[in-house]
Design a protein. Structure first.
Length: 508
């Protein structure tokens, strides 16, 4: 026992520093006045003292009009009431600004509809851009906002939260001391230390080996008799070689592109995306709030799928789906969609169709890119969007992926400052130097009013694209917001037709 005492004494400063760091991590980050006494990134939500299981955590701009469809889901309350605001889940990221935190509460457990009632508990401010899939670690509480009935008892919840954090600190301290003692090398045992160092050097960093089906890494698919053994980012699963009842909770666009029509597919508020509606006639609609969050498990069970394809990286959702049918988890955005098409082709015995699809698309991109650069050179192009009272210019997201990443068109100076895009005020349009603008205006009354007021605003009239008559109003915008393969082909047609003329689309 005495052999580790010198080592422990040598490492005591390191241990103290670690405990200080732990205390900072678990210390409260917001004032006692807030109605949900937790840090903005994580917390525990109770209503009348009970965990609010199944509640949807949503965000929407403080300055914008609220409606249920405009809320951006950011997390869901788990069985113990815990939640994490981890992602908008729709690819936009979170521009700098203040956002209300809203709570959607189901009418009854197991029901698929929501009553639309919202309790505004507080709002938070994002000091910098926050991207999809990342926790909002830089968010902090801005100020108290009391516009509805408080959720639970703030004082008692804060006392419980503080006690819980104190217990966590004690537990982590014990674990830290134990781990330090066990990991300490016996004095004079250099061989053990050298072996440990060699082991560390031989380890491959996680960043060098992303899981199958994630980013540009292909799925690992191997035949097992009349089935496939598939390794994806959340596990390994046996799937049928020729499934006939596919439930597509993601990548519906890519499936249709290679000639596979899913038996059931994800939708929002009971409706498929406009540009896919005709192709999905007769398919079972699986409701998901804004296409993210938890799907309607009841409808999935009734549809009896033999394969579920999803992009949900939440292990809890994955395990729930796995009880219904084999599940394959994929993720992709931008260029990675090419790999997802190839993955789906191999998985569903459509490899040739998938290769042809990718090859044909790449040829069209090359032709369009050449024509556009020959015609407009380095003149700047923007994808501008109006929703509610908000004006948003997209960077390398959504339709901007096509403009800048695929076609290599020049970005406005504003995008150079914030590559993923951000909210604009009408006055800041004076800084918009785009000579071509693709404009999407949502159909709701708030967006239409904003569009009408913008038309007469002096700053809008001074934008080069407006002044020269090169603003292209998009009749439909769904395919600009969902960059799947079919959506990209439609975007490509609109871009070439708008800038170069209706007879310049080549490569079909």
């Amino acid at each position: 026992m005495a052999s580790w005492i010198p080592t422990l004494s040598q490492r005591l400063p390191q241990l103290v520093a670690s405990l200080i760091a732990v205390s900072v991590i678990v210390s409260p980050g917001c004032s006692k006045k807030q109605e949900i006494p937790v840090q903005p990134t994580t917390g525990r939500l109770t209503i009348n003292g009970e965990p609010a299981v199944g509640a949807i955590i949503g965000l929407y701009p403080v300055s914008g009009d609220f409606d249920q469809r405009g809320t951006r889901p950011a997390g869901q309350v788990k069985q113990d009431g815990a939640f994490t605001i981890s992602s908008f889940g729709v690819g936009d990221g979170a521009p700098t600004g203040e956002y209300n935190v809203s709570i959607f509460w189901p009418q009854f457990p197991g029901r698929r509809s929501y009553d639309g009632k919202v309790r505004k508990s507080r709002h938070i401010r994002f000091d910098s851009q926050c991207w999809r899939g990342q926790q909002y670690s830089r968010a902090h509480c801005a100020r108290q906002r009391q516009t509805d009935t408080p959720l639970g008892s703030p004082d008692s919840q804060m006392e419980h939260a503080t006690l819980f954090k104190a217990l966590c600190l004690c537990l982590l301290s014990v674990i830290g001391v134990t781990a330090l003692i066990r990991s300490s090398d016996p004095v004079g045992d250099a061989s053990n230390h050298q072996a440990t160092e060699r082991s560390k050097r031989n380890q491959t960093p996680l960043s060098e080996s992303p899981p199958p089906g994630f980013g540009s890494t292909p799925l690992e698919i191997s035949p097992q008799g009349s089935q496939y053994l598939v390794r994806h980012q959340l596990g390994t699963v046996i799937v049928p070689m020729q499934p006939t009842r596919i439930c597509a909770l993601a990548f519906t666009d890519e499936l249709l592109a290679i000639g596979v029509t899913p038996f059931a597919a994800s939708c929002t508020n009971g409706e498929f995306p406009d540009y896919l509606r005709d192709r999905l006639e007769g398919a079972v609609a699986i409701n998901q709030l804004m296409g993210v969050g938890q799907p309607d498990f009841e409808t999935i069970v009734v549809s009896q799928p033999d394969l579920i394809i999803t992009s949900a990286g939440d292990p809890q959702t994955y395990h729930q789906l796995s009880k219904i049918a084999p599940v394959v988890v994929l993720s992709g955005d931008g260029d990675n969609n090419r790999q997802r098409v190839l993955d789906l082709g191999k998985l569903l015995d459509k490899e040739r169709s998938a290769r042809d699809c990718v090859s044909h698309y790449d040829q069209r991109i090359r032709n369009a890119k050449r024509l556009l650069h020959e015609t407009i050179g380095d003149r700047k192009v923007a994808f501008f969007r109006i929703f509610g009272k908000q004006f948003y210019i997209h960077g390398h997201t959504r339709g901007g992926l096509m403009l800048y990443d695929e076609l290599g068109l020049a970005t406005p100076a504003l995008i150079d400052q914030s590559p993923r895009g951000f909210m604009l005020s009408p006055e800041s349009l004076l800084q918009l130097d785009a000579e071509f603008i693709f404009l999407a205006v949502e159909a709701n009354r708030g967006a239409q009013r904003s569009w009408k007021s913008l038309l007469s605003h002096p700053a809008w009239q001074r934008v080069p694209a407006v002044r020269d008559g090169r603003v292209f109003l998009l009749p439909e915008q769904h395919h600009w917001l969902r960059p799947g393969f079919l959506a990209k082909s439609m975007m490509l047609d609109e871009i070439v037709r708008s800038i170069l003329g209706p007879n310049r689309i080549q490569g079909d």
